[in-house]
Structure formats: C-alpha cells, structure tokens
Design a protein around this ligand. Structure first.
Ligand code: GLN
Length: 292
C-alpha cells in the first residue's frame, strides 16, 4: 500500500499501483476498478483522472483511496464501494441490502418492453423480487403513462428501492412487502422477475464478490435453483390479464428446462432471449385464460 511518506503519489502512479495490485489478487477488471474507485475517492470522473494524470494526491485523498482499495482487495463489489451502479442508462443507489444490478438483467427489461408494445400507454406491470428496484423503476421510467407494482420480501431491499424511485422520479411505481405477488394485485399486462435462481449448494462456489457480499436471500433459488420460477409460473396464471406476458430471468443453462415449464403450465408463444454475452437469459410466454 502506498504510504504518505512515499511521495509524491500522482493520479497516474497510484492508479498503476492499484491496478497491478488488483491484477495480482485475481480481480477481473483491475484497471477499470482502480479508476472507478479513485474517481469516487476524488469525487470526480474517470475522464478527469486522465486529464489530471500528473496531479499529486492530497493526503486526505490518498487516505480515502487506500481505504477503498483495501475493501476491494477483500473482494467487496465496486458497486457497494461507490454506492451506485448504472442500469439501462440510469444510476441506482446500491448497498449490501440489495443485489447489484447486472447488465444481463437489461435483457429482461428489453423483453418486457418489446412484448408489451401493444399496451404501452396503459401497461400494468408487476416486478416480483424487485431488490434495488432497477427493473420496476426502469419500466416505469420508459413507460411514463403506465403503472408498476414492485414486491420484495426484504424490507431492507424495499427501502433501497423506494429511495431509488424517489431519486429517479419514478412516481408511477408502488412497492409492497410481499412474497412475489402483492395482496391485491391482479390483471397485469406483464409480470417480470429476476428471482433468486442459483441452486443452494452452488452459492459458495461463486466468485467471492457474490458469495461473500451479496444478500444470500437474493441468490438462493432452492435445491435446483428453480423454486421461485415454479411459483411465478403457477401464480402468474391468476394475476395476469388475458394475453398477459410472464418474463423471467434465468441462469446460464436453465432456459430449456424453464421454457418446458412454461409450456407445461399452459403459457404459449414461449421465447428465450439472449443477453449481451449470447447466453439464453430471459424466458417469456403469454398467458391465455382458458375459455370455459
Ligand atoms: N430485481 C433486482 C435485479 O434484477 C433484484 C433481483 C434479486 O434480488 N434477485 O437486480
């Protein structure tokens, strides 16, 4: 670690030191992480760091950066250290109470927006397991004349989600502490969910950023990872409107089995959409209420 006496630490040299250190520790994106954390410590942008590369750090700045580097070396996610994460072009506040929003989850939003084009002006949406609120709030912001309900079992997560809704001015979202479905919600045009979908026994094998720091309740999908998927498929049938859409994010390799479960539960037009990495990430289907 650079000490105050090893003068003078410039932006350029401290970044090189931190990214070499992160690389040696096996961290995936060492340079990017170092830049994000230094920009955070100096309350500036990554662009400004490049422009000010030769500028020496003040002792207080160096101290703040050192503290962040120490936590990152212990594999705490960058998003928690910065207190925010970008999702679908908007910044969401995040901390250890919620799952860090992933780029892959943007696929869930894209599927939801695409499959509800016909009711875009007055869409009623439910986001089950809302966590930081990133999915519900994004839908609400993209469809300002629509309404979204969002649920989570964790009051801690709901506090973060509500804060995000206020911060982003998403006034057309209502939050409920509920296990998937809100007490009075029904007739949704779309139900979306990024539920916990990791098999319980696999959680400890995941990268330390996930297994040690993210809320287990947001990850654990039961013995085969599909406990919540089954309940969403079952419950979706009573809360969806005629021709309502259910869209669920799934783990790598789960899509074929989940698509089969959609069919077995009576959903039609079942589709699998791929994320930025080409992995089948979102399974969706349409619910047609059976005619008597
Ligand atoms: N809906 C949130 C997200 O996609 C949280 C999901 C969760 O906690 N499983 O990031």
């Amino acid at each position: 670690m650079p000490s105050d006496k090893t003068a003078p630490w410039t932006i350029e040299s401290v970044l090189r030191w931190a990214s070499d250190d992160f690389l040696a520790k096996g961290i995936d994106s060492p340079r990017l992480d170092a830049e994000l954390l230094l920009a955070h410590a100096l309350n500036t942008t990554r662009m400004q760091l490049i422009l000010d590369a030769k500028k020496p750090l003040l002792p207080g700045e160096l101290g703040r950066f050192r503290a962040l580097v120490k936590r990152r070396r212990a594999r705490e996610p960058v998003a928690y250290l910065r207190g925010e994460r970008e999702f679908f072009g908007r910044s969401f506040a995040v901390d250890a109470r919620v799952l860090v929003p992933r780029p892959d989850t943007e696929c869930l939003v894209t599927v939801a927006l695409t499959r509800t084009r016909h009711c875009s002006m007055s869409m009623r949406a439910l986001d089950a397991c809302t966590g930081s609120g990133c999915v519900a709030i994004t839908l609400a912001k993209e469809r300002l004349t629509s309404h979204a309900d969002a649920t989570d079992v964790s009051p801690d997560a709901l506090a973060v989600a509500q804060h995000n809704a206020l911060r982003l001015g998403a006034y057309n979202v209502a939050f409920y502490e509920a296990d998937l479905f809100p007490p009075h919600g029904h007739a949704y045009d779309i139900v979306v969910s990024n539920p916990p979908y990791i098999a319980s026994s696999e959680i400890d094998t995941l990268m330390p950023e996930v297994s040690r720091f993210e809320p287990r309740i947001a990850l654990d999908g039961g013995p085969d990872g599909l406990s919540f998927v089954r309940r969403l498929l079952e419950g979706g049938r009573s809360v969806l409107s005629q021709e309502g859409v259910l869209a669920i994010e799934v783990g790598d390799g789960q899509a074929p089995q989940v698509a089969a479960l959609f069919e077995q539960n009576g959903y039609r037009d079942v589709e699998c959409a791929r994320d930025y990495g080409g992995i089948e990430r979102v399974v969706s289907g349409v619910w047609y209420t059976p005619t008597k």
